[in-house]
Design a protein around this ligand. Structure first.
Ligand SMILES: Cc1cc2nc3c(=O)[nH]c(=O)nc-3n(C[C@H](O)[C@H](O)[C@H](O)COP(=O)(O)O)c2cc1C
Length: 159
């Protein structure tokens, strides 16, 4: 089976979690659409600000190729910003071609909250008529480990 993993990360926690999940998905060939802010902190903030103001020009080419058709599973991972996922989440869901009816896993990372944001992600995916088969929140104030992500990945692998 084929899986597409797409995630957004500014500090690396969501990327680390996505890769830990992927490491145990033995039943899937995995492709990635990563959205990773790079450079100095100020550069990351500037790019984040553009995304939050719906300027996706930096990743437009990638967004344009997003197509769920060949995948059996789509995994979407996001950090939590002010109790919502970043705007890139909405854009991914909006732009994904052939999303209707697809099996989807959503997860997020957070420091304090994240439940409301995860519910938002699930609802948005379902509004596009895709099917959320599993979801998880990885909440850690400081250092985020991979133990729970691996456990979650094993759970997905069996689905
Ligand atoms: C601008 C901003 C807003 C945030 N808002 C929240 C929040 O509302 N709730 C929360 O639990 N964590 C919040 N966080 C923490 C991040 O969601 C958390 O550190 C996440 O794991 C970062 O993922 P990343 O390292 O992949 O970028 C916020 C972080 C930033 C930078």
């Amino acid at each position: 089976m084929k899986a597409l993993i797409t995630y957004f990360t500014m500090g690396g926690r969501t990327k680390k979690t996505a890769e830990a999940i992927a490491s145990v998905l033995k039943n899937y060939d995995i492709s990635y659409f990563p959205m990773e802010l790079k450079g100095k902190f100020i550069e990351k903030i500037k790019q984040l600000d553009k995304f939050e103001n719906n300027d996706f020009s930096a990743i437009e080419t990638g967004l344009d190729t997003l197509d769920a058709a060949i995948y059996d599973l789509i995994i979407i991972g996001m950090p939590t910003y002010g109790d919502k996922p970043p705007k890139t989440f909405d854009e991914i869901v909006k732009r994904m071609k052939n999303f209707n009816g697809k099996r989807v896993v959503v997860f997020n990372t957070a420091r304090f909250t994240g439940k409301k944001s995860l519910d938002y992600m699930k609802t948005k995916v379902e509004e596009e008529s895709a099917q959320v088969i599993d979801q998880a929140r990885f909440r850690k104030l400081l250092w985020i480990g991979v133990k729970n992500a691996i456990k979650f990945g094993e759970q997905i692998n069996e689905k």
